[in-house]
Design a protein. Sequence first.
Length: 305
Amino acid sequence: MPVSRPSLSVHLQETGAPDTLRHLILEVARACKYIHYALRTTEAGLAGTFNQYGDAQVKLDVISNDIIARHLHESRLVASFISEEEQSVIELRDDAPYSVVFDPLDGSSVVDTNFTVGTIVGIYAGKELIGRTPREQVGALYVLYGPRTLLVYSTGNGVHEFILDEMGEFILLHGFLGIGDNPKSYSVGNLVATKENAAYRTLVEGWMQSGLTLRYTGCMVTDIHHVLSKGNGIFVNIGGGKYPHGKLRLVFECGPFAYLVEQAGGMASTGKAPILDVKIESIDQRTNIIVGSMKEVERVCGLLN
Ligand code: AHG
Ligand code: MN
Ligand code: MN
């Protein structure tokens, strides 16, 4: 008899996630199935609006944000949320157990080229988000919409990978994803910063000489999933030029990934401190990020400081 692989719902029960957290993750997963569908059926193109960071929103940014916001609202489990596409913290229900941070569509600048894109989500207990640190997350996940749609989550007991099957069910693909030392690939964002940052330039030149393979798509979900999927690698985005403090946002991009990567045995740093220990002061806070194989992250931090 074939051994059946657990669905996301069954897996969440087996790993002992509290019922409320299980329901919330399943609700987010359900929302992501609608995003998966929207990506396949919506014409790419600009929505004619801008988000709070001045980025032109593509239609799919707006659609994806609306889908997740609606599911969080309907779950009755969410006290407040922060989304890349909202201007402020959105408050839903004072008495609900969780707050959620999310980037509904990461990589939206490459969505029209049919590159892979993703959704990033972090979950905190309680209502307040400002003043917390990403280490306080009780769970995090991302969904990668590629030739296959994958969901990767952790609630603090390792990192688990699922595939969306033809029936619309997320089925376990790998029970545990781990990140070891000895990266075979490197992924570098905001290379323009190497013009003003000699240490960054030296670092990139070192990788170019070292025999590591370059892997960079312009979507951090894809690029960091590459590290998690291969079990090694390094991803960096260092500030400079148009983004003096780094391009990527602490709350809904770097924080959830730092949680997932550390759960997989890797490391995520600003260069000076673990991403997980950076206090959330504002919803649009940006940070440098160096993430992936632990020893390489440590080496990079040493070189950049
Ligand atoms: P978003 O589409 O949510 O605005 O985020 C895109 C981010 C991230 O996914 C990626 O690593 C980075 O922007 C790419 O930046 P460059 O296009 O400057 O390389
Ligand atoms: Mn993003
Ligand atoms: Mn986005």
